[in-house]
Write a protein that binds this ligand. Structure first.
Ligand code: SAH
Ligand code: SF4
Ligand code: F3S
Length: 476
């Protein structure tokens, strides 16, 4: 059986939101089909990967491919993959085996692997394991149409070159989820942080920021199409920095946030992920200044122990992190904070673990994604430190962190019962067609009876009940 506790992100407080891993992307729109070929795409991993699939869809669309939701009808099957933990890769390998069975029945079908696992394993899946026909790294998607042509003639089609410049800034992503209300906008790519546990700098390459004007143009285009919320994406949004070549002016993340917020008061603005070492008071003041920038910050702590944080190369310590949380509380009243936690990192003692639990109590996070440490080949930790915390201990500590988070999530939700929140309606509730759901400014999902309301509307919802995982209410 799949061990969800160890691998899949723990959506504490948010199980109503889809687990986006492995979600099949659908396009509501019909897409022109100039070359008669159909592609199918599945995405795994983080939001940036989901957004990349939309860029890939745009590139393929321009080259005459049409999207299909059914992999049995596809000429080209693509998996956009994640390498963050070992189990994430295991899952993709299993999926590739299943897809190869489909291919056996439909000769001529091509299977392509995109994203972080493609970058990490390079030719291995094509040459040694022979379970894919095409391998494309995150910076080589423009090359996909020609790689498909190569693969069609039976050649090995691989491009895993990383770039220092590629941001796909000029490509307007084909929106693949069909809510039409919320969208992701990538503002940067790569990561220069080198946290010792993390594979991302190796799979995504150097950090680079996208042209601010192209970001604003994309946001305006979304607005014109009726979207009501954008989430600005980057591995470390606070280090966004773009120089306008015309006047040499620097646009930092606070400036960009302001530019996006000013496009329309009707547009909600979110962002992810903030790095505790880089989040500035300037960003916090900008958030406070604009009503449409949501009061929600995802601020991954990873560990509450300064000794472990040092080994993780996070470059902040426990005191620094607490000070940043204090600053958030001081500058933005009612700001929700969520986090990521890793249990059982190299050499973690019970005392270090207790520091993580006490950090959770200090912040009382609204929500958390919690993981047991999974060693990744080639990372600093894999090379320098021994993965010496036994699996059972990692799991036990993870359970303790999860259990405590559940209590905090419940308390945080209970504190909202009886209050009224502005909610942006996103979609029909999965459980009942009579209900709609949407998020509060603080990113909490709320379910309420449909009435005469529709997705894309803002409504005031009175919260009437909750669990640790959800809130229910009615429109007032
Ligand atoms: N850029 C973000 C994190 C992206 S990865 C940041 O710096 O916060 C998302 C989360 O996966 C990380 O925050 C971390 O908690 C987790 N993660 C990354 N590598 C991991 C590993 N080797 N084992 C377990 N969890 C890991
Ligand atoms: Fe990985 Fe650290 Fe970069 Fe986040 S900031 S992507 S954890 S290296
Ligand atoms: Fe996974 Fe790559 Fe994102 S490793 S978490 S898909 S950047």
């Amino acid at each position: 059986m799949h061990d969800f506790t160890l691998d899949i992100q723990q959506h504490i407080n948010k199980p109503l939101e889809e687990d986006r891993q492995g979600e099949v992307l659908n396009a509501a729109q019909t897409i022109e089909n100039a070359n008669g070929k159909h592609f199918y795409i599945e995405s795994y991993g983080c939001q940036m990967n989901f957004n990349d699939s939309e860029i890939v869809a745009s590139i393929l669309h321009k080259n005459g491919f049409a999207l299909t939701r059914d992999c049995n009808n596809a000429d080209l099957i693509l998996l956009n993959t994640c390498s963050i933990r070992e189990k994430a890769e295991d899952r993709i390998r299993n999926r590739l085996r299943t897809l190869n069975k489909i291919k056996a029945q439909r000769p001529g079908t091509l299977i392509g692997i995109l994203g972080c696992m493609a970058e990490r394993l390079k030719k291995k899946l094509l040459e040694q394991e022979q379970i894919v026909d095409i391998v494309v790294g995150p910076d080589a998607y423009r090359d996909l149409p020609s790689l498909v042509s190569e693969a069609d003639t039976g050649q090995k089609a691989v491009n895993v070159l990383l770039s220092r410049e590629e941001t796909y800034g000029d490509i307007n992503p084909v929106r693949l989820d069909n809510t039409g209300v919320t969208a992701f906008v990538s503002i940067m790519r790569g990561c220069d942080n080198m946290c010792s546990f993390c594979v991302v700098p190796f799979t995504r390459g150097r950090e680079r920021s996208r042209n601010a004007f192209s970001i604003i143009a994309e946001v305006q285009d979304l607005l014109a199409k009726g979207y009501k919320e954008v989430t600005l994406l980057g591995q470390n949004v606070d280090s966004y920095k773009w120089e306008n070549p015309e006047n040499k002016q620097i646009v930092n993340f606070a400036n960009l946030l302001e530019m996006v917020a000013l496009t329309s008061t009707q547009l909600r603005v979110r962002f992810s992920t903030s790095h505790p070492k880089d989040i500035t008071d300037e960003v916090l003041h900008t958030m406070n200044k604009y009503e449409n920038i949501c009061n929600y910050i995802h601020l991954p702590v990873q560990s509450g122990s300064s000794r472990i944080l040092k080994k993780m190369n996070r470059t902040y310590d426990r005191e620094w992190y607490k000070e940043r949380v204090d600053a958030i509380r001081r500058i933005i009243p009612n700001c929700a904070i969520s986090t990521d936690v890793i249990t059982g990192f190299c050499s973690e003692t019970d005392e270090d673990h207790q520091d993580t639990l006490s950090m959770q109590r200090y912040v009382k996070y609204e929500m958390a994604y919690m993981f047991a440490y999974s060693e990744r080949p080639g990372t600093l930790a894999a090379r320098k430190y021994e993965d010496d915390v036994p699996l059972a201990v990692k799991k036990q500590r993870l359970q303790e962190v999860i259990a405590q988070q559940q209590i905090h999530s419940l308390e945080r939700n209970q504190a909202d019962v009886g209050k009224t929140f502005k909610v942006l309606i996103e979609k029909e509730s999965k459980r009942s067609a009579d209900d709609l759901c949407g998020r509060t400014d603080q990113n909490k999902m709320v379910i309420f009876p449909r009435g005469n309301h529709q997705k894309g509307e803002y409504v005031q919802v009175l919260i009437e009940s909750c669990t640790s995982a959800s809130m229910k209410g009615r429109v007032v």
